[in-house]
Design a protein around this ligand. Sequence first.
Ligand SMILES: [Zn+2]
Length: 682
Amino acid sequence: MQRRQILVTSGLPYVNAGIHLGHLVEYLQTDIWVRFQKLRDHECRYFCGDDTHGTATMLRAEQEGRAPEALLDEMHAAHLSDFTDFGIEYDHFSSTHAPANEALVGEVWAALRANDSIEEREVTQLYDPEAGIFLADRFVRGICPRCKADDQYGDNCEVCGATYEPSELIEPRSSISGAVPEERTHPHLFVKLEKFHAFLEKWTQTPGRMPHETANWLRGTFLSDVLRDWDISRPAPYFGFEIPDAPGHFFYVWLDAPIGYIASTKEWCDANGDSLDRWWRNPDCEIHHFIGKDIAYFHTLFWPAMLKSANFELPTKVHVHGFLTVNGEKMSKRKGTFVLARTYLDHLSPEYLRYYYASKLSHRVDDLDLNLDEFVQKVNSDLVGKVVNLASRTARFVKDRELPATYPSHRDEGLFEKAARASDEIAEAYEARDTSRAMRTIMALADRANEFVEAAAPWTLKKDPDREGELLEICAVALNLFRQLTVYLAPVLPRFAEESARLLSIAEPTRWEDASTPVVGTRVTKFKHLMERVDPDKVAAMTEASREAADAVKEEDPTRASGDDALAGEPLEAECSIDDFTKVDLRVAEIVSAQAVPKANKLLQLELSLGGDERRTVFAGIKKAYEPEALVGRLTVVVANLAPRKMKFGTSEGMVLAAGPGDDELFILSPDSGAKPGQRIR
Ligand SMILES: [Zn+2]
């Protein structure tokens, strides 16, 4: 096997938020892949770091009365300790605020300037004259121009789902100072991305470059049209790097973030006497990015254009994964399923989650569901019931004895050899990111090993002093089959592999081939619990703790009234007549399709049937509360005679009724069963 040189990255975690179980889908998947490559003796390095820049960091630091750097240090330590405790092992974890990154950003920028890819244009934006800063849409609040709901964001209304320009808001206010914002024009710098169209078309559509779902999506959306220029500058004040040849302008966070991959490599090279060009300007070095589907277009359009301009190698492969759902739904703070990494660690072993995710993940872009009942059941039945069981049922009969000097293959019915031959199949599945397939193959081997122990019944041999030699050989077979499994599982369960090795007085597995070499002549030590069963009460305690943490945050935020406070938070409207009411034509509607609007935070596009051929397209601001698939086939209530409204993403032909304060706490209405689409509600 040729020794490969492989550079691996995960998406950089944003410095403003704690790591949660959703993030861990990516970091665990990447870590498993990296550990596998290292076990295969490839020269593999895993680089990451905090994504630090932007207005949000600046405002939070201001609010907390400290320098942004202090916030960065604190979050860097918190992130790294979460990762470390989950067994995620970076070769280096840096920060996009590092001087190495500033130098490399300057290098990429100079290259973009040199190949004439930058253009300056005026941009009109709302400006907060008191705070002295331009306002991103989400920092403007005011009255919704459509439904007149108070205190809505600058780009969309949480109550009625309307989207609009910040300038359309009634009585707009800056959410930073409370001042009335004014429109101001300021020059911005743009990357002329269309210049790279032909190159990107070819690069993204090269087979194997990225999942074909992603390649097809790019071809059907961005690449089917003229690529829009990318606005990469922000006027001061902004927390980031100042643009060297444009004082008063700062690089937009998304320009410097991916360059952080290179900077993290650079810092590692400097500390280890290696050269950066050997990793980023070397066609023999593979570069693999692991990312979530939400940031695919940054990594497959802007990023390759930047790399190409600055003469760096392009990624060999972009591995794209879906999102995490818990119990079939979006993670919810209210339900306690929005679980921080630290909260999980307070209650459960990280190796449970490592195994569960591995057993569910494939190379596809599908979302991954963490079903908490299945989580308990799967870990207990596979890891405790099958793998640990092999050792716990046999090791005690040969405690303090030495394994035979040669492996007793005449006793094992060819099982060791068969499991050794599965090595390529398991390795292929790991390589292809098909860890669910790898786990299935490994568990099938565990099943056969357990059948062997069952049939050989060492507990019966133990009773007959004349069969002591046979007992030792049977246990030696079982413990070797166990050892094989721990090597195959080592990328997923590194700590378990290490502790299991101690049972046989051997070193932890360091080479994939260890699975094909029997352990002989070493002493069997006292069996210690290698893994406890998952206690469902601890899972319940974890969700309860997550719910309490979310409630504590909510109490500090008086704008999010709910439950008993709903009426007080939003007093009743003035009386209306029955005639007023009948002007509103409410109908039962069936949701025939639902899909997320890619560039909108809160919008789902719904196709409604009112019975017969009557169809309506409606945009509803419920993206954070519902998975689109969960809505299809449901009946709901629609305002059917609302004047159509042109929105950024299309025309909305009605309004779906929902209650609740917003975000993930929105509840759409349903009629009782028996109602038919098109029936009027009165
Ligand atoms: Zn509204």
